[in-house]
Design a binder for this molecule. Structure first.
Ligand code: PMP
Ligand code: GLN
Length: 401
């Protein structure tokens, strides 16, 4: 007699889908961040690959989350985010940049910047539309365009300073260009956009229907007294832009996945039509806690100098190593050129480094569609002094072949 469990599993097989799946993302594998963090775990390595701090979130902020949870703020937040947090953001952008975003109509809280990016791209990209992305690029932009039937046009940031080639950009614009995605401070390179860059973008997009997505998740992580040129400082650009931020970066809490979008009302209306069906709303107690915590500007205004010290410590400790240190003006990533050490392509060198020396980093080639190789790896320096010294002691030992 056939046992019931076998019978059920046979039935399941008979009825299971047997057609062809045509992938919407045939070229896309598992994110390099997941791959390298997994390798770091397997080899018990110091993980400087995926970008996240190894030091704790402020006790005060954790207490605030507990406070709001205990107070019973545990059900769905409003779709656009809790009013307290939208108001806090509106005041913060007014104070920091003189920008005016209406808390009700022009600000939306999201489940992190990744969701904000995907939702924004889905709201505006239609079949056949083109989006311009600068490479190397953060990995989530292109798949979001492709999933929505759009086409990606890749502009290259110029090695080694990773600046935009302003002669190339106008040649890439066509009647189908719907979006240009910018990111400053820039992941993975640590380059930043200047006032001149923003003005050029403003001129190039004038009298077009092109929208801008400005990924500013590292807005506070900017060094050397450089001023962050937020898109909101340029009213003409801001009128065609969705500005995206993340509290994960600002409050050392990448696992909380809470972010935001600022955009003029006409763009925000379209954003919300999609947002409500992607996630509906973000995490309630965290939104209340962050709203409260943002009231004190000391909680974010010294982030630049905090991370600059880490950048300097990391670079100083590698001064006499075989690595060449590339300029880094923002983010918490440092690029290191290893061409004095090895001729291996980036992915192979990164694998060798994690297997043989227990240091995990990200090959910058992963941020290029064509896997361009400059013999450069990205290292995250959002780590304690102890971790950074331990890692740099190993990296400094590596000798030219
Ligand atoms: N944009 C950039 C440039 C990032 O580096 C990251 C993540 N580190 C994100 C977006 C996504 O942010 P979140 O974790 O809030 O989704
Ligand atoms: N933004 C982080 C980085 O660049 C990782 C985000 C992720 O794991 N998707 O490392």
């Amino acid at each position: 007699m056939v046992k019931k469990s076998t019978f059920v599993s046979k039935l399941w097989h008979m009825e299971s889908f047997n057609g062809t799946i045509t992938s919407k993302l045939p070229q896309t594998g598992t994110s390099v961040f997941a791959v390298m963090s997994q390798l770091a775990r397997e080899h018990n390595a110091i993980n400087l690959s995926q970008g996240f701090p190894d030091f704790p979130v402020s006790e005060e902020l954790i207490d605030l989350v507990h406070y709001y949870m205990r107070k019973g703020y545990n059900q769905y937040a409003p779709m656009q985010g809790v009013p307290e947090l939208r108001t806090a953001l509106s005041q913060m952008f007014q104070k920091n940049y003189g920008a005016r975003y209406d808390a009700d109509k022009e600000i939306n809280i999201t489940a992190g910047a990744t969701q904000a990016l995907f939702t924004a791209i889905s709201a505006f990209i239609r079949e056949g539309d083109e989006a311009i992305i600068f490479e190397p690029a953060y990995d989530s932009y292109a798949p979001a365009v492709l999933t929505n039937g759009g086409m990606v046009k890749y502009a290259s940031l110029q090695f080694p300073d990773f600046s935009i080639n302003w002669d190339e950009l106008p040649r890439m614009i066509t009647s189908r260009t719907r979006l240009i995605i910018i990111n400053s401070p820039h992941n993975p390179t640590g380059s930043i956009l200047s006032d001149e860059d923003m003005l050029r973008l403003e001129r190039i997009t004038r009298n077009t229907d092109i929208l801008i997505i400005s990924d500013e998740v590292y807005e506070h992580l900017i060094f050397d007294n450089i001023k962050h040129q937020s898109v909101c400082l340029y009213p003409e650009l801001a009128s065609r832009s969705l500005l995206i931020g993340s509290f994960g970066k600002t409050f050392h809490a990448t696992g909380w996945k809470t972010g935001f979008v600022l955009a003029p009302e006409n763009l925000m209306n379209e954003f919300r039509k999609v947002h409500q069906f992607v996630v509906f709303a973000g995490n309630t107690p965290i939104q209340y806690a962050v709203a409260n915590y943002l009231q004190n500007a000391d909680h974010y205004k010294n982030l630049g100098s905090f991370f600059q010290q880490k950048r300097d410590l990391f670079a100083q400790a590698l001064k006499n190593s075989a690595f060449k240190i590339l300029p880094c003006h923002g983010t918490y990533f440092q690029l290191l050129d290893y061409s004095n050490l090895s001729q291996l392509p980036e992915m192979e060198f990164a694998r060798w480094l994690v297997q043989e020396h227990k240091i995990a980093a990200i090959p910058v080639s992963s941020f290029y569609q064509r896997k361009e190789n400059h013999q450069v790896l990205r290292f995250c320096f959002a780590k304690t002094e102890e971790t950074l010294l331990e890692a740099t002691a190993v990296l400094s030992q590596l000798k030219t072949e």
